[in-house]
Design a protein around this ligand. Structure first.
Ligand SMILES: [Zn+2]
Length: 126
């Protein structure tokens, strides 16, 4: 279940990210094959309303709606045996510490890139 939440989080990050393109679409499609249909359906319902399907849990509080969660919910998340929905906003809950610990991708080479893409000079003046 931890893996499921990681896949779902990756999917959400990609789909709500600003980067688009064939590669992203392919990555999304691949992630979607890993995620069970009922989970995807719920995620998509929220997504079509412009909402994110996942919410991080911080200090036993849903980071999305700031509702206090029960200890049982947090414990279940820690054990990773089952998915948990926030009873207030209906999002899937995940513990960000764990996903951060497991997932350590190489940092993207951001910031050094210029904001505006330089176009190649098209020396086609009439
Ligand atoms: Zn919530």
């Amino acid at each position: 279940m931890k893996l499921l939440m990681q896949d779902l989080l990756k999917l959400q990050t990609l789909e709500f990210g600003e980067t688009r393109g064939a590669r992203i679409a392919a990555a999304c499609a691949e992630l979607r094959t890993k995620i069970p249909a009922p989970v995807l359906a719920h995620y998509d319902r929220l997504r079509t309303r412009g909402k994110k399907g996942l919410a991080a849990v911080r200090n036993q509080v849903c980071a999305s709606c700031h509702m206090q969660l029960t200890l049982a919910v947090v414990m279940t998340l820690k054990q990773g045996h089952d998915v948990q929905l926030c009873q207030n906003c209906g999002r899937y809950l995940y513990l960000p510490e764990e996903t951060a610990a497991v997932e350590t991708p190489t940092p993207p080479p951001a910031k050094s890139r210029p904001a505006v893409k330089r176009r190649k000079k098209t020396a086609a003046k009439d």
